[in-house]
Design a binder for this molecule. Structure first.
Ligand SMILES: Nc1ncnc2c1ncn2[C@@H]1O[C@H](COP(=O)(O)OP(=O)(O)OP(=O)(O)O)[C@@H](O)[C@H]1O
Length: 253
């Protein structure tokens, strides 16, 4: 098994005036190529800080992050990042938002339009190409962001509670869509969530974090795919895993 993305004893400390906050202490992980890893943890345990470091956006205070055989010390076009909050350009419509990474990469206009149309269709937004972000619902904005991230064809996707702000029904829909889009691509995904069910529904492996990013549990999830949220809830294997993860989270008081 090859780890494509690794964090080796990373510590992140933020300084503010004379005070310092440690967000993550001596954290290590190896993410296998092609796997879907969910990182589960309570608010404030350092999940976003970790993802920012895996994205090359934040430099660790000590330790290092490596992508393939190189040290990551800045953003990398092989790594896509879907943040918690919308970062769509308000002055660009859906099509032009999705085309943005392709524009940056210098892809010719015709090819950009073709790729964007295909992705917009795949995330279920056909007919909304000319809508601006303010004219879309929260779920549609998330879909646009997802399409924009996929347009760059990153090998690795980092996702920070991307569906956290959505209602339960929409969330289930987007989780299913994400799995559909991911399956068979060979892309590596690191998906951060504070929701046990989401972590189990999506992941091949769940890493449970406690305070300061302490690894409370690192568990393979062998539940059969495709996974359906309604079926899973009554699956004894899922129920047992849910209990195990819930106990791990409680352990960290
Ligand atoms: N830029 C920053 N400056 C100072 N402290 C920070 C900064 N970013 C994060 N922290 C601190 O680091 C800790 C971890 O924050 P982080 O956002 O990584 O947690 P999280 O697990 O993603 O939380 P949530 O689930 O609420 O988003 C917190 O104590 C936070 O206050």
């Amino acid at each position: 098994m090859t780890a494509v993305l690794t964090a080796d004893a990373v510590t992140k400390q933020f300084a503010k005036g004379d005070a310092a906050t440690v967000a993550l202490r001596e954290f290590s992980v190896g993410i296998e190529e092609g796997s879907f890893v969910t990182v589960l943890g309570r608010s404030g345990c350092g999940k976003s800080t970790l993802l920012n470091m895996l994205a090359g956006l934040t430099t660790p205070t000590t330790g290092e992050v490596r992508y393939r055989d190189r040290r990551l010390d800045g953003p990398d076009t092989d790594i896509g990042y879907l943040t918690q909050h919308d970062t769509l350009m308000p002055w660009r419509d859906v099509r032009r938002n999705v085309e943005m990474p392709l524009e940056i990469a210098g892809v010719p206009a015709k090819e950009r339009a073709r790729v964007a149309a295909d992705l917009i269709g795949r995330v279920g937004l056909s007919g909304f190409e000319a809508h601006y972000p303010r004219e879309l619902s929260g779920g549609m904005r998330r879909r646009t962001s997802l399409a924009r991230m996929l347009a760059a064809e990153p090998e690795t996707l980092l996702m920070d509670e991307p569906f956290g702000a959505l209602d339960a029904q929409l969330r289930t829909e987007l989780q299913a869509e994400l799995l559909r889009l991911w399956q068979g691509t060979g892309q590596t995904v690191v998906f951060v969530t504070h929701d046990i069910e989401e972590a189990l529904l999506l992941g091949d492996r769940v890493v449970v974090l406690g305070k300061l990013g302490r690894v409370l549990l690192d568990r393979e999830i062998a539940l059969k795919r495709p996974r359906d949220a309604d079926d899973l809830r009554v699956d004894p294997e899922f129920v047992a895993l849910h209990r195990e993860l819930s106990a791990a989270l409680k352990e960290d008081r």
